[in-house]
Design a protein around this ligand. Structure first.
Ligand SMILES: Cc1ncc(COP(=O)(O)O)c(C=O)c1O
Length: 349
């Protein structure tokens, strides 16, 4: 059990700030005639009726997610992608030009970009050569102004499964927030950290509908954390941050967990196939172990191979300029036809 002073971490001017109160906030009951939000009572120009503002609190989604993820409703925040809560966390907790965050490169790029947008300093403590956390170095990097440590497990772009005990050490030792970005958790057999949010009020979990659920276009992300953390994000978020189409899509998706699991299984089968086939090719120097839906491969001529694949109309991600990923391309696992086409192209290189 750990309790940090969450109120003490929040940027002071936000504590007393009055949030926007939407029409849907001011009248929450069910009624018949709604003349309170300046909507168009004649309907939409589209076939689908989009004339009414969506639920600002996404209550139906939270009720369903609460059961699936074993988290209380007030421990759940739904965002416009998980990129939105990344930005909101920085805006809620980090004073520009004063506070800092710690990131562990190579990692997901938006932690740094969001900090830069908000004029918040970024301290970098690189992972080890096997892409694990340098725990002692991270702890040494913490100052009175460090508000958030961003970890990503499984990590992007490496696919690495980060040691849980290292993340736990950070959670227990740090009096700020520790974010565990679990965007790729469905592809791993490791346990989510969600089960620990009641134990540690400085632990923040991010998940997304963009990967395993196959809904990147809907832009819906999930955050699980202590009620005080969720509550400050609710206070500063745009009122209708998740649109009606996306809310309906997520409600449909949450009734189809088996379908999601089946897709994950297929992707994992394809990952094993792709890795085995790539392994036998001379051009492939190393395939890093991956708990995600992509593999990071070190090749002899990354830039040339990347360009060659573009000519074959196959786009992978060139990560060869990224710290510790020198020589590497990141390859998302495609469907069977796509993976065979990629292999055929590489064999012809
Ligand atoms: C580690 C990680 N976190 C978050 C995201 C963003 O996800 P979303 O689509 O939910 O904004 C990504 C997207 O690639 C990611 O790799």
């Amino acid at each position: 059990m750990k309790k940090v002073d969450v109120q003490g971490l929040i940027r002071p001017h936000l504590i007393g700030m009055k949030p926007y109160s939407s029409a849907r906030d001011e009248y929450t009951g069910k009624s018949e005639v709604y003349l309170d939000a300046n909507e168009n009572a004649l309907g939409s120009v589209t076939k689908m009726d989009l004339s009414r503002y969506p639920d600002p609190h996404q209550n139906l989604i939270k009720e369903k997610l609460s059961k699936i993820k074993s988290a209380a409703i007030d421990q759940i925040f739904i965002g416009n992608g998980s990129d939105e809560p990344i930005d909101l966390l920085i805006r809620a907790f980090c004073n520009p030009k004063q506070d800092d965050i710690i990131i562990l490169p190579p990692t997901y790029g938006m932690y740094e970009v969001s900090a830069n947008i908000n004029n918040v300093l970024v301290k970098k403590v690189p992972l080890t050569s096997t892409f694990q956390i340098q725990v002692e170095e991270v702890l040494k990097g913490i100052s009175d102004h460090t508000k958030i440590i961003f970890t990503c497990n499984p990590n992007n772009p490496t696919g690495t499964r980060i040691l849980d005990e290292d993340i736990l050490t950070l959670i227990k030792s740090f009096n700020g927030l520790v974010v565990v970005d679990e965007a790729y958790i469905d592809f791993s057999d490791k346990q989510s950290f969600i089960s620990q949010i009641s134990e540690y009020n400085n632990l923040v979990i991010l998940q997304t509908f963009s990967k395993a659920w196959g809904m990147a276009a809907a832009r819906v992300g999930m955050l699980f954390a202590d009620q005080e953390v969720v509550s400050i994000l609710n206070k500063i978020k745009p009122p209708y941050n998740v649109n009606q189409l996306s809310q309906e899509a997520v409600l449909e998706a949450l009734g189809k967990v088996d379908h999601k699991n089946q897709m994950v299984k297929n992707i994992l089968t394809q990952k094993i196939y792709l890795a085995q086939e790539l392994h036998s090719l001379d051009i492939i120097e190393e395939i890093h172990p991956s708990d995600a839906n992509f593999i990071l491969v070190r090749v002899s001529e990354p830039k040339k191979l990347y360009q060659y694949l573009i000519e074959k109309n196959i786009i992978v991600r060139d990560r060869s300029n990224v710290l510790l990923c020198e020589g590497c391309l990141r390859i998302t696992i495609g469907n069977e036809v796509e993976n065979k086409r990629l292999l055929g192209a590489i064999k012809g290189y």
